[in-house]
Design a binder for this molecule. Structure first.
Ligand code: PLP
Length: 392
C-alpha cells in the first residue's frame, strides 16, 4: 500500500464532476456493444487543413525552434494575430503590447485570476458557463458569483441584478459570446453596456471569444474591443482550436488592455515557457493564409445544425437555431431533469449529450449537443429519438 496524501482544500472547492455518471454509462454501453453517437464533446472531428500541417512540418525541422520560446510569443506570431484582428474586426492592436500568445485560450482564462484576484475577492461568472472561469477563480482563492443566463434574457446576464456588495468586492467579469453552452451571440449594444459597467465598477472585463469565427449564418460575431474605450478595461481571448481544427495544438492569444495582458504575462513568465515556435509558425500560416477552410468548416456545421434543429423541432423539442458556435442547446422534455434525460439518451439510445447542469445550476432543464459528428450520424440520432419514448 502506498502512502496517502491529502489533496489541497482548493480542489475540494471545485464543483462535483457531474460527467462521471455519463462516463460510466458510456463505458457500460460500449461494453454492451452499443453503437454510440457522441454529441458530447466540443472537439472538431475534422482534420487541421493541410497547409497548416505542412508549415508545422517544415518549421519543426528548423533548429531555431527547438529552444525555449518566449512566454509572450514570437513577434511574427503576434503581428499575424494583430493583422488578422484588424482585418476581421477593424480594431488595430500593437503587436508588442496588446497581443499575448497563449497555450490555448484555456490557459489564459485559467491563469488570469492569479494575476488580479486576492483571496476573498469576487469574480463574476456566467451560469451556465465554461467551467474554467470558476476553476481559475477558486485556484486563486477567489469566490465566484454566478450570473444566471436564461432564455428569457437571450442568455445574456442581467448586470444590473448583481448586488452592490458583490460589486464592491468584484475584480473580474467573465463573458463568453458566441456562448458555450447556450450558443447565444451578443449584440454590439450589449458589449457596449458591459464595457460601461466594467468602467463604472472598476472591473477587469475578460471576454472569451473562442467561437468568434464559427458563424453559421451570414452575420459574423462582433468583437468586444470594437466598443470605444474597451481596450482600457478589457481583454479578449481568441483561439485557433475550433476555427482551424487545432484543439490538440494548443495555441490561442489574448488581445486588449496592455496593463491586463502584462499582469497575465507576469504569471506566465513564472509558470510556463510559451508555445512551441513551430506551432506558432503553423498559427501564422492559419491566420494569414487562405481562409476558405474556415468557410467550408462553417458550411459543414451549418448542415449538421439544420439537420439536428429541424429534426428535433419536428419532434416537439424546445430548441433555438444557433447563429454561431457548434453547439445546440436543447430543452429537455417536461418531467425530466438534465441529468436523468442525459442518462436515458445514453443507456437507451446510445446517444451522448452533455447535461446542462454540468455547466452550472442554471443549465437545469437543458442538454447540450455538440455538432462534431457527420451529418448522417446527426440524422441517425434524431431517428433514434423519434423511434423512442424519449421525445417530448
Ligand atoms: N472557451 C470556451 C468557451 C470553450 O468552450 C473552450 C473549449 O472548449 C475554450 C475556451 C478553450 O479553448 P482552447 O484552450 O482550445 O483555446
Amino acid at each position: 500500500m502506498g502512502q496517502s496524501f491529502a489533496l489541497a482544500q482548493r480542489l475540494s472547492k471545485l464543483p462535483p464532476y457531474l460527467f462521471a455518471e455519463i462516463d460510466r454509462l458510456k463505458q457500460e454501453a460500449i461494453r454492451r456493444g452499443m453503437d454510440i453517437i457522441n454529441l458530447g464533446i466540443g472537439d472538431p472531428d475534422l482534420p487541421t487543413p493541410p497547409h497548416i500541417v505542412k508549415r508545422m512540418q517544415d518549421a519543426s525541422a528548423n533548429p531555431q525552434h527547438h529552444q525555449y520560446p518566449s512566454y509572450e510569443g514570437m513577434l511574427s506570431f503576434r503581428k499575424a494575430a494583430a493583422d488578422w484582428y484588424s482585418k476581421r474586426f477593424g480594431v488595430s492592436l500593437d503587436p508588442e503590447t496588446e497581443v499575448l500568445s497563449l497555450i490555448g485560450s484555456k490557459e489564459g482564462i485559467g491563469h488570469i485570476p492569479l494575476a488580479f484576484v486576492d483571496p476573498g475577492d469576487i469574480v463574476l461568472v456566467p451560469d451556465p458557463g465554461y467551467p474554467v472561469y470558476q476553476a481559475g477563480t477558486i485556484f486563486a482563492g477567489g469566490v465566484p458569483h454566478f450570473m444566471p443566463l436564461t432564455r428569457e434574457r437571450a442568455f445574456l446576464p442581467d448586470l444590473h441584478a448583481i448586488p452592490l456588495q458583490v460589486l464592491k468586492k468584484a475584480k473580474i467579469l467573465f463573458l463568453n459570446y458566441p456562448n458555450n453552452p447556450t450558443a447565444a451571440v451578443a449584440s454590439k449594444s450589449f458589449f457596449a453596456e458591459a464595457v460601461g459597467f466594467a468602467r463604472r465598477h472598476g472591473l477587469i472585463l475578460c471576454h472569451d471569444a473562442a467561437y468568434s469565427e464559427m458563424a453559421l449564418d451570414s452575420d459574423l460575431p462582433d468583437s468586444l474591443l470594437a466598443v470605444e474605450g474597451a481596450k482600457e478595461v478589457a481583454i479578449e481571448y481568441h483561439s485557433l482550436s475550433k476555427t482551424y481544427n487545432m484543439t490538440g495544438w494548443r495555441i490561442g492569444f489574448g488581445v486588449g488592455s496592455r496593463e491586463i495582458l502584462a499582469g497575465l504575462g507576469r504569471i506566465k513568465t513564472n509558470l510556463d515557457s510559451g508555445v512551441f515556435q513551430a506551432v506558432q509558425e503553423a498559427a501564422i500560416a492559419a491566420l494569414s493564409g487562405p481562409q476558405d477552410c474556415v468557410e467550408s468548416m462553417r458550411a459543414i456545421y451549418k448542415e449538421r445544425r439544420d439537420a439536428l434543429v429541424d429534426g428535433l423541432s419536428a419532434l416537439g423539442f424546445a430548441v433555438d437555431r444557433p447563429k454561431a458556435s457548434f453547439y445546440v442547446w436543447i430543452g429537455v422534455p417536461r418531467g425530466r431533469t438534465s441529468a436523468s434525460y442525459g442518462s436515458a439518451l445514453l443507456s437507451d439510445l446510445g446517444i451522448v449529450m452533455t447535461p446542462g447542469t454540468g455547466f452550472g445550476q442554471h443549465g437545469e432543464g437543458y442538454i447540450r449537443a455538440a455538432l462534431t459528428v457527420d451529418v448522417s450520424r446527426v440524422k441517425e440520432a434524431v431517428e433514434r429519438i423519434a423511434a423512442s419514448n424519449l421525445k417530448p
